[in-house]
Write a protein that binds this ligand. Structure first.
Ligand code: ATP
Ligand code: MG
Length: 253
């Protein structure tokens, strides 16, 4: 494309306040295509929830955004630049942090060491308002209490908080969370709900993949429903709450 056309397009995206604009994404594993024509937009400072049943293609979408899977075709514009097919470290370096379903805590490092590893790798002196260990402990007091415990000694909820905390220490512009409440007790889910609400209030842009309908919809500014590797519905949280048809067909709520 002509450089002038690219510059024009970047300006156009920025004026519309879009942080991420995915269009006509086709992706999958080897010969198996999983995503078909996925398009999704994300405004700066908003929380976009992706709902869908098991196997709908939610994780595949996130992995493709993060560069862990290379798309067959389609565009993924992050701040106006096409990151489709870029390497994961490159995408992370642009300010996208991903908390996978598996959480990926280092089991033989302590909670503090898990945090420090990220903090020392990514801390940038020009991040005046950035995330520090002190701010992390304010948001997740439980992590401070458990700071000397090893990764394999903390509960599922604490591991989830640690995984989010680690992502925040990268001072991301976009935080991507894959089913943060999976397998957690209701009281911990409530805590994580409060913590995500506080994060949202800082102006952070978030993509939240969930199966917990109430949790996800109450935090969302926008909702996309995935099924069979496609976006089947998109709208506002109040619309999906009253849309029994979409709930029954695609979510089994
Ligand atoms: N590594 C893989 N190789 C081949 N197929 C895969 C692989 N991972 C996932 N799939 C397939 O891709 C489809 C979408 O899976 P995906 O993990 O994206 O679903 P999901 O919406 O995240 O589901 P869940 O809610 O269970 O996490 C499924 O049919 C799944 O079997
Ligand atoms: Mg998944």
């Amino acid at each position: 494309m002509r450089p002038k056309a690219v510059a024009y397009y970047k300006k156009y995206i920025w004026e519309r306040g879009k942080m991420l604009e995915i269009s006509d994404l086709q992706s999958g594993y080897g010969e198996t295509q999983v995503l078909f024509d996925v398009s999704l937009e994300l405004s700066q400072g908003s929380l976009h929830t992706i709902l869908g049943r098991n196997g709908a293609g939610k994780t595949t979408t996130l992995k493709t955004i993060m560069g862990l899977i290379k798309p067959k075709s389609g565009n993924i514009l992050f701040e106006g630049n096409n990151i489709a097919g870029c390497e994961p470290y490159n995408i992370a370096g642009r300010g996208v942090a991903y908390v996978p379903e598996t959480r990926d805590i280092f089991p033989s490092l302590t909670v503090l060491e898990n945090l420090e590893l990220t903090a020392t790798r990514f801390a940038s002196p020009d991040h005046k308002d950035g995330w520090t260990l002190g701010r992390i402990y304010e948001l997740f007091p439980r992590l401070q209490e458990r700071s000397d415990n090893y990764g394999n000694e903390v509960s599922g909820g604490e591991q989830q908080m640690l995984a989010i905390a680690r992502a925040l220490l990268m001072n991301p512009k976009l935080l991507i969370l894959d089913e943060p409440t999976e397998g957690l007790a209701p009281i911990i889910v409530k805590q994580i709900h409060e913590q995500l609400k506080a994060l949202k209030e800082t102006g952070l842009t978030i993509i939240l993949v969930e199966q917990n309908f109430g949790f996800a919809v109450s935090l969302a500014d926008e909702v996309s429903v995935m099924g069979k590797g496609q976006i089947q519905w998109h709208g506002r949280p109040d619309e999906i709450r009253t849309n029994r048809e979409v709930q029954q067909q695609w979510l089994g709520v």
